[in-house]
Ligand binder design. Sequence first.
Ligand code: ZN
Length: 201
Amino acid sequence: MEAKVSVPEIEIVEKVTLPARETSVIVVDMQNDFVKPEGKLYVPTAQKTVEPIRGLLEKARARGVRVFYTQDTHYEEDPEYSIWGEHVKYGTWGWRIIDELKPVEGRDIVVMKTRYDGFYGTPLEDLLKVYGVRNVVITGTVANICVLHTAGSAALRWYKVYVPMDSISALNDFDYYAALRQISFLYRGVIVRGSDGINFD
Ligand code: ZN
């Protein structure tokens, strides 16, 4: 199919300050299989997002913002392998979160998930509720898959979603902009130009 489309106008915010006590940062699937060239489902632009995410986490931790990670997790004969091939198999190197963004033990919360949606079959919703979170800043990969599903799922629960453009990655531009469009237009999330424009007080 040959179709040329243009990206509709997406409102981009330069700066936002969020209340630390009511905000969480969620890092989606920044695992070796997705981020590293030797990984099984490599997303070439994911490497560029590591530094912006790292900077955001540093600010968040300094302000006492709770940090969540989702960790895509599959086991033997997972039905998802028929779509994507084997990836992030439990316990393997590819399954592990990249060293550069290693969760802080005893502080950050890692939620293992088996589908695209970080809420589906996981304790994420319960934990956000327990901690009184209302805003979620979502980063990670893949933009139009697990990031989009998790952002949508958060928005359907009336969490306010914030996404820094420099902190998500996709396999191509169409997928990247389609994700931003859906998050902005459909889920009324806030697209922030860069992670350096997000602060906590
Ligand atoms: Zn998967």
